[in-house]
Design a protein around this ligand. Structure first.
Ligand code: HEC
Ligand code: HEC
Length: 372
């Protein structure tokens, strides 16, 4: 056989192989769409410890394996953005507890938002709104916002649905999750909500300590006590950081909006909660978020102004700025600062590190399904 002929036959073989492969995929996908049916198998959240009891799960959107799987795909699908360049995970990275290491995220075309991306951790325990200003009450509605936000995904729901419809595999996932042939905005919201509700972190060193499985170090324990201890201006020896006040409960969050003294009155660039309530008493108040996985979810605060936990502690220790809506608990220490010495500051930081949950950050169930 001449070299030419051999080459031709080899090429032909490749062409036939590709042809068969395409045909096979297409055929099986089409029949899969026809065969696909609603799968109500419940999804059971895999709690590792007892620290998070009774999650607040929506009764009208029960977690099913099929729905959670679909939600995970949507979370990582770049088709949700105008130019198919970014997905939710672009600004919510698993290794950063589903937050973004950039102070403010970049949307389609490099558009700059004005707030730091938030960690997505234990959303079921967020009972008082989503976003830094709490402008959405339901996670299913929250999930639709970034798709349409001009500095985020900048897309329309209709176009997203059209794009999803092009790929028969999506049809199969939607059918299994909802049993309906039409893809709708509500389904997208429900599926993303379901996936995000499964992002449960309860296996940090601290959780294992609570469960009696491990010991905290002396420094971590001292830090935990300082975290819980109220500030006491008269007895510095008995005075703590009073962090529990706003970051309490086993989820280190008590669902409040507060002004934690980042700026003076005339420096407010973001009115926060006031934008939502239109009430001046809420000026510059922001969601006090969970501190779980805080060591990996920097930079910190709604505008990502602090790079390190050291800077955060220094802020609370002696950087709190007075303004009319500054939280009362922080006003108490305003003149003197918390008076934490360097050992105490290190102790609190060590304690905060014990809230890092490596299982959560590496859990393959939460990772990108499109990446082999
Ligand atoms: C361009 C970056 C970007 C993209 C893309 C993005 N987000 Fe966000 N996300 C943010 C920022 C920034 C905030 C805080 C915004 C605010 O408070 O105004 C946020 C907040 C959130 C919150 C609130 C968490 C809380 O504790 O209140 C959730 C949940 C969330 N995003 C989910 C999603 C989902 C789901 C998608 C995809 C459909 C998505 N995000 C896409 C940047 C992004
Ligand atoms: C009066 C309520 C209050 C107290 C007390 C308080 N915080 Fe906060 N904390 C907040 C609020 C509100 C925010 C978000 C503020 C913002 O972004 O504008 C926040 C943000 C943070 C953040 C950044 C979270 C993130 O995801 O960016 C950390 C870390 C933190 N606090 C740690 C602490 C520690 C440690 C203490 C105790 C020394 C403490 N806080 C005491 C209300 C409080």
């Amino acid at each position: 056989m001449s070299y030419q002929n051999k080459h031709f036959i080899q090429n032909l073989q490749v062409v036939i192989a590709v042809f068969l492969l395409l045909g096979a995929c297409k055929k099986s996908t089409m029949s899969d769409v026809r065969l696909a049916e609603f799968d109500p198998t419940p999804y059971v959240i895999d709690f590792q410890n007892n620290s998070l009891a009774n999650p607040n799960l929506p009764l009208d959107n029960p977690l099913t394996i099929a729905k959670v799987e679909l939600g995970r795909r949507l979370f990582y699908d770049r088709a949700l953005s105008l130019d198919n360049s970014i997905s939710c995970a672009t600004c919510h990275r698993q290794e950063n507890a589903f937050s973004d290491p950039r102070p403010v995220s970049r949307g389609v075309g490099g558009a700059m938002g004005d707030r730091n991306s938030m960690a997505i951790v234990n959303m079921a325990y967020n009972t008082n709104g989503f976003f830094w200003d709490g402008r959405q009450t339901l996670l299913r509605h929250q999930a639709i916002d970034p798709i349409m936000n001009p500095v985020e995904m900048k897309e329309t729901i209709d176009r997203v649905i059209n794009k999803l419809n092009i790929n028969p595999i999506n049809k199969i996932f939607f059918l299994r999750a909802f049993g309906e042939t039409e893809i709708t905005e509500q389904q997208i919201g429900f599926a993303l909500e379901a996936f995000m509700l499964t992002l449960v972190s309860d296996d940090s060193k601290f959780d294992r300590y609570l469960a009696g499985k491990v010991q905290l170090s002396d420094s971590e324990l001292r830090g935990f006590n300082l975290f819980k201890q109220e500030y006491n201006e008269f007895f510095p020896d008995d005075s703590g950081g009073d962090c529990f006040h706003c970051h309490g409960s086993n989820n280190f969050q008590v669902n409040v909006y507060r002004n934690n003294g980042l700026d003076f009155e005339n420096e407010f660039e973001d009115l926060g909660r006031e934008n939502v309530t239109k009430n001046a008493n809420n000026r510059a108040q922001f969601k006090a978020p969970t501190l779980r996985n805080i060591a990996v979810s920097g930079p910190y605060m709604h505008d990502g102004r602090f790079q390190t936990l050291e800077q955060v502690i220094d802020h609370y220790n002696n950087g709190v700025k007075l303004s009319s809506t500054l939280d009362g608990a922080l006003q108490a220490s305003q003149g003197t600062g918390l008076q934490l010495n360097s050992q105490e500051k290190a102790d609190i930081i060590n304690f905060l590190h014990s809230l890092t949950d490596h299982q959560f950050l590496n859990n393959p169930k939460f990772s990108d399904p499109f990446r082999p």
